[in-house]
Design a protein around this ligand. Sequence first.
Ligand SMILES: [Zn+2]
Length: 122
Amino acid sequence: MTRICKNCEYINQDDYDFCAKCGTPLVEGLKPRQVYIYKPEQLQINKKALVAAYIITIFLSWIGVIVGLLSKHTNLAVFTFFGFFMPFYLVQSRHPTLRKHGIIMMIISLAGVALSFYIMLH
Ligand SMILES: [Zn+2]
C-alpha cells in the first residue's frame, strides 16, 4: 500500500507520514513539516549581478588610480575604499563560488587602492 499525497499526488511509501516531495502530512492530524535543506551549491548565481558587481568594484577601486594619473594633486584615492563594499559583502556569502569571486574582487580593490595611494603620495 502506498500513501498518495493530497497536495502533489506524489506516491509515497506507506510508512511515510509526510510527503517525500512536498512535505504535506499524509496522516490526518499532523501539522505540515517545514523542511528547508540548505544546499548552497544548488543556488543559482545571477551572472548579470555578478558582472555588475565586478564592474562596480573595478570602477570604484580604480577611479582613484585614473583620477590620480590625470591630476596628481587629488585625494580622491580615498574613494577607492568604496570598492571594498562589494567584495566585503560577497566574501561573507555562504555560496563557495560567490566567496571565490568576492576574494578576486577584494584583490582587484586592494591593487586599486595600493596603486592610487602610490600615485597620490609620489
Ligand atoms: Zn506532496
